[in-house]
Design a protein around this ligand. Structure first.
Ligand code: GRF
Length: 194
């Protein structure tokens, strides 16, 4: 099984997945990072770990279709079985999602369908809900949407600040994403029609 991780930022989930592969917690033969942000810390993490990096900058292409075609072209060399989005800050087009049908997953720092979007942890805290959590789901054509693979909740404590809550959410993500990928690889997750 070959895994492509798409990430645009810090890359702590990327690092957690690479660690799980190295420790053989998930049976992946090959990992490649796809990033649209050459300066992102995730790229440095990948270089340090000697992971192949595919850098594709959106501004180098006239359209999203051309940008995605460049990614697809470069991924073809690696026979990718699963794409894991980990803080990739772009929506993939329906054409791209169709090409990798049932093989693109995403992690989101809230209990979807609650708190979609880029500020999910802050939004949950501001909403004063008692629980939030992490979701790993298949990607479809809507943002932060698609069949759920794994979800785990955590309690928001009365004295939680944004940073204390972020810390716990990220720790949970690093635990849950490898688990979800393992379920997928073990054939324990099946997407039915739709
Ligand atoms: C994570 O919170 C993930 O759930 C969201 O983007 C963030 C990426 O963090 N989709 P990192 O770059 O993996 O540290």
């Amino acid at each position: 099984m070959n895994l492509a991780i798409f990430a645009s930022g810090n890359g702590s989930n990327f690092a957690a997945l690479v660690k799980a592969v190295k420790e053989k917690k998930i049976k992946i033969k090959f990992v490649v990072l796809v990033s649209d942000q050459p300066e992102a810390f995730v790229v440095k993490r990948a270089q340090k770990a000697r992971i192949t990096v595919i850098l594709v900058k959106r501004e180098d292409f006239a359209s999203r279709a051309d940008f995605e075609a460049a990614i697809i072209q470069r991924l073809k060399n690696y026979k990718i079985d699963l794409i894991a989005l980990a803080g990739f800050m772009r929506m993939l087009s329906p054409g791209f999602v169709k090409l990798y049908h049932k093989r693109i997953i995403n992690i989101h720092p809230a209990l979807l369908p609650a708190f979609k979007g880029a500020h999910a942890i802050r939004d949950a805290l501001d909403a004063k809900v008692n629980f939030t959590g992490v979701t790993v789901h298949f990607v479809d054509n809507q943002m932060d949407h698609g069949p759920v693979i794994l979800q785990k909740q955590i309690k928001i404590k009365r004295l939680d600040s944004l940073s204390s809550l972020e810390k716990r959410i990220h720790a949970l993500e690093h635990e849950l994403y490898p688990q979800a990928i393992k379920l997928f690889l073990d054939g324990k997750v099946k997407r039915l029609k739709g």
